[in-house]
Design a protein around this ligand. Structure first.
Ligand SMILES: [Zn+2]
Length: 379
């Protein structure tokens, strides 16, 4: 089964990001708009973010999945998030909208086959009984949706039995062998029923992807720490008494303590934005201040939270952070600090010397430590 993940932009009208409380059922719908494509219906949901109105009310509508006329499956909302489709069952069901060629709402054979496959797969993963947990929108509100299965109850009963049969059928032996991964920096990751593009670097013939890229597709899938760390060339030690896993070495260690790849990017960007025109030590000092804050109980606990703390770093508030191009020297400065370089004397604050007037907040509230380049450091 091939699922194209084309997630809606998070927005309050069609993808609120509310976590699903549980998955207790699958709700089948028809789009009610004959001969429209899955893509067009997906784009309609996405367009609701502008705040569209009908009869004086805002329209709230979406669905986790839409199946098109050729059986193509488009995922609009992650399974872990609420979609606006099934009224009071939005919080504990996954919805599937189906396209149909004619006003009678009958699905094409291709649409039907994909619906059976997708429903069976969801039932298997969430341990649902297709005979009792797969329902129509009609069963929630009495709405004539999906129309054909409401006007033909025997077709609905037949569908549930087809789902049940699909769940017990052996895996499709005719499925094509996995294609060779492309050489580009974008690869397809197939996980369960989901196939999505992820960014990955080709490092000596192996694809290395950020954990955040994998998590986008795999959610909270669990991986063995030792296997992953060792695959990345790091050393893993386990202290049974202290129940502590120690990971050391590898591509991005902070005094032996690895940092997440996206936090490395954050350090590079903020150092570039704050000190891209300063010398090597000037750039290192910005990184030191951030790491000093992470270690200090008066500040947030992670690199990300420190850098994005409201009102703390002007490049974040004025947007410059998002526009910088990180220079090789800045990366080298970040690497140096992560390798232990620290001339910061414990500094927690800095500002431009030019703006450090005797009555400014830094001068009146903090202890001055030293000047370097254009910056004055304090604690
Ligand atoms: Zn419906």
């Amino acid at each position: 089964m091939n699922i194209q993940q084309k997630l809606l932009t998070p927005n309050k009208y069609s993808r609120p990001g509310t976590p699903l409380k549980a998955v207790k059922g699958v709700v089948v719908h028809y789009v009610g708009n004959p001969n429209t494509s899955a893509e067009a219906n997906r784009n309609y949901f996405d367009g609701l973010k502008a705040g569209k109105m009908s009869g004086g009310n805002y329209i709230f509508a979406s669905s986790q999945y839409i199946i098109g006329l050729a059986g193509e499956i488009v995922q609009c909302v992650p399974e872990a998030e609420v979609a606006y489709c099934s009224n009071n069952r939005n919080s504990d069901t996954i919805s599937i909208e189906c396209c149909h060629p004619l006003p009678d709402g009958k699905f094409t054979e291709a649409t039907y086959d994909s619906l059976v496959g997708l429903t069976a797969d969801i039932c298997a993963r969430y341990k649902l009984n297709p005979l009792t947990d797969v329902i129509r929108h009609y069963d929630v509100t009495g709405k004539a949706c999906p129309l054909y299965q409401v006007t033909h109850p025997e077709a609905w009963e037949g569908f549930k039995k087809d789902v049940q049969a699909a769940m017990t059928a052996p895996a499709d032996a005719s499925a094509p062998a996995a294609a060779k991964l492309p050489e580009a920096s974008t690869v397809n990751l197939r996980y369960g029923v989901t196939t999505a593009e992820i960014k990955a670097d080709n490092v000596e013939g192996r694809y290395i992807a950020k954990v955040s890229e994998l998590a986008r597709v795999m959610g909270d899938a669990k991986v063995p720490v030792r296997a992953v760390a060792e695959a990345a060339g790091m050393k893993v030690d386990w202290d049974e008494a202290a129940r502590t896993i120690t990971i050391s070495g590898g591509p991005c260690g902070q005094n032996g303590k690895p940092i997440a790849g996206d936090e490395y990017d954050i350090l590079c960007r903020i150092a570039q934005a704050e000190a891209g025109n300063q010398d090597m030590v000037g750039r290192e000092l910005i990184v030191n201040v951030i790491l000093n804050r992470v270690k200090n109980p008066a500040f947030p606990k992670t690199i990300r939270e420190v850098v994005f703390q409201q009102g703390q770093f002007s490049p974040v508030s004025d947007g410059a952070y998002y526009k910088v191009v990180v220079a090789a020297e800045t990366r080298a400065a970040v690497d140096a600090v992560l390798g232990g370089a620290d001339e910061s004397q414990g500094a927690l604050y800095f500002r431009t010397i030019k703006g450090a007037t005797p009555d400014c907040w830094h001068e009146t509230h903090l202890t001055r430590l030293f000047d370097h380049g254009d910056h004055r450091f304090y604690m």
